[in-house]
Design a protein around this ligand. Structure first.
Ligand code: GRF
Length: 186
């Protein structure tokens, strides 16, 4: 699931094609019809479905449709690679411990939106990124893997984002692989 540029989605797709991750991305779900992730999926020949949140009355009705598509596609796990919408308990309960998210901070610091700006405002010297399981409370599920990133005086949002994303692209496939080991024994 993605809403933005899709650099994490692309990193995951690459790790599947190189064999670093023994997985197959059967479907990309986006909520923004013009997001970069969608164009990246087209280039990679990965099926993509759009669920435009502006066309739904409630989060539940959107998640119902998304859930149906996931079931039709026989997905075994869901990776939120820059999915910027809160998901409902319905989706979370349908895939217990099988939904992962990547967040651009060292959780539990700076949850929610604007995590990178929050780190800049707080003037921390170290921030980073986290891959975690998704639970009902936003950005709070069990942590699988984190990477630390230094913050320098002269950093701005663009520079720090790029430094964090470089690490995200490394730890996201690693986090998926770690979680998959526990799924295989279930
Ligand atoms: C990432 O920084 C991720 O941590 C956050 O949204 C951003 C998505 O970037 N949740 P991209 O679309 O993968 O380039």
């Amino acid at each position: 699931m993605a809403s933005g540029n899709g650099s994490n989605f692309q990193a995951l797709a690459k790790s599947c094609s190189t064999g670093e991750l023994n997985a197959n991305i059967s479907l990309l779900v986006v909520n923004n019809p013009r997001c970069g992730a969608k164009y990246k999926a087209e280039k990679l020949n990965i099926p993509c479905k759009t669920f435009d949140h502006r066309k739904y009355q409630s989060r539940e009705s959107m998640d119902d449709d998304i859930l149906n598509v996931f079931k039709e596609s026989n997905v075994e796990a869901i990776i939120m690679a820059g999915w910027m919408r809160i998901v409902t308990n319905k989706l979370i309960k349908a895939f217990p411990n099988r939904i992962l998210n990547i967040h651009p901070s060292l959780l539990p610091c700076f949850p929610g939106i604007n995590a990178i700006n929050q780190a800049l405002d707080a003037k921390v010297k170290i921030t980073g990124c986290t891959v975690h399981m998704v639970c009902e409370k936003v950005d709070s599920g069990p942590i699988l893997i984190q990477a630390a990133v230094p913050v320098y005086e002269e950093d701005n949002l663009a520079i720090l984002t790029s430094r964090i994303q470089h690490k995200e692209h490394i730890i996201l496939p690693m986090g998926v692989s770690m979680a998959a080991k526990s799924w295989r024994t279930q």
